[in-house]
Write a protein that binds this ligand. Sequence first.
Ligand code: GLC
Ligand code: CA
Length: 538
Amino acid sequence: MFGSRPSRPARQDHEAGRLWWRDGIIYQIYPRSFMDANNDGIGDLEGVRRRLDHLAWLGVDGIWLSPCFPSPMADFGYDVSDYRDIDPVFGNLQDFDRLLADAHSRGIRIILDLVPNHTSDRHPWFQAARRSKDDPKRDWYLWRDPRPDGAPPNNWTSVFGGPAWELDPQTGQYYLHTFLKEQPELNWRNPEVVAAMHDVVRFWFDRGVDGFRIDVIHAIAKDPELRDNPMVNGVQKRLHSENHPDVHGMLRALRRLADDYDERMLVGEVYLMDPAEVATYYGAGDELHLAFNFSFMHAPWDAGAFRAQVERFAKLVPEQGWPDHVLSSHDARRHASRYDHATLGEARCRLAALMLLTLRGTPFLYYGEEIGMRNVEIPEDAMQDPLAWTLSPKLCRDGERTPMQWQPGPGAGFTKGSPWLPFGDDAGTRNVSRQMEEPASLLHLYRDAIALRRRNPVLQRGSFQPLDSPDQVFAFERRDGASRALVALNLGTTSVNPRLPAASVQGGLRTHARLPLPEDAASLELRPCEGAVFLTAC
Ligand code: GLC
Ligand code: CA
């Protein structure tokens, strides 16, 4: 039944030219934490399938699943030991095919997480490579002799702390790892590695998968001579260990592969601090379809800062490219916690949601943000993320990875067993079923804003122009032919007239759900931490 014919998505929109990843909304699922169908306390693919109705109700167009491949879970799936199967903790290939088919029948696409930079040290490729210096797989990884004094071959450091080299006693050479020592770095300058990874991509595309989120894509190409990184003000600059110009050719080859199929997409994690560098990964429309724009994760709650970040990325993305925006992910503190405030915390989540869903660029949602889930404090002795001990408990990422809060009561509708990470203290009140019943909830605001975007192409493809407004306001205009949308977001703690242009309001919504829309946009008064979007004619 499955597998013989690849599953392709049902068309929901017959609107000409609509492209799911550009005009739609993508929702990230951390599979361990979304829904546990077999009650072992860990989320699984069958669980995701059972919750597809929630995602269809919310109105998302695609799901990105963080890694679900076989893995020893040293870095919770970002250490893959087999790229062509599903880890038993999440199910099996049949469960995956069933999930894909059911998602597609609802018009929802599925993106998998490709981890091409490194494998698990338990991957058969590495197991073979470490056996002897002349193993045919040896050169699939990066091996070097120690320096004469026994020290690592160069000064590169691991992102997760300590040197990026591990001495393998069996052959007396060091191997490179940018992350944990359990994540040896693949050698992308070896054509066999490239061919093997291309086969993996084809394997999933042939199965019907709609795209890939590519992990740390900027790191796959390194300086061929592995020269020392320079030190700038006492800090190592990763000049030679990442972002080597050769990465772009490697990425173009992956893109050509995706272009052999219809409507597949590649979104890349380019974790570089300079957005100008990030934007180079779009190439000339022949590399990534989307490069994650993490700028909100580093911006303070400030209208000017938000506006500056949005404008900067918009200007950097090349003509053939398309922007995107992200508020939260499995690697960063949830924005409900980042933006917390004694009295305005909830209002800030509503405002951030309205901004994300009205900007020009694909919105990425992180599971649970639609109900305002917060980071959960995890006691040090219960921490599971390896960063807690390789770097610092302060950098532990478990807090943003806790199980989805579906309903009140034990197990929170996530599991009947004991969850792998604790629920938030607020799970009894902050959960999907509660907010479903409450039309003024954050969940309904997400759904309404998504529906508004879906109904109005101006909110998808329209141009973006910031508007002059009081300092505490971020206001902008979107235009598409004769349609126009006006958006005003008051990030301040006092009421304000955002000085929108005079225009007759034909629809829209405001984050204070119970307040009526004004007739004229110019007369809008925004309360503290309130936002509004209006549809008007040009
Ligand atoms: C990416 C992932 C992160 C992981 C790292 C190493 O940054 O998002 O979760 O730890 O790559 O694979
Ligand atoms: Ca399970």
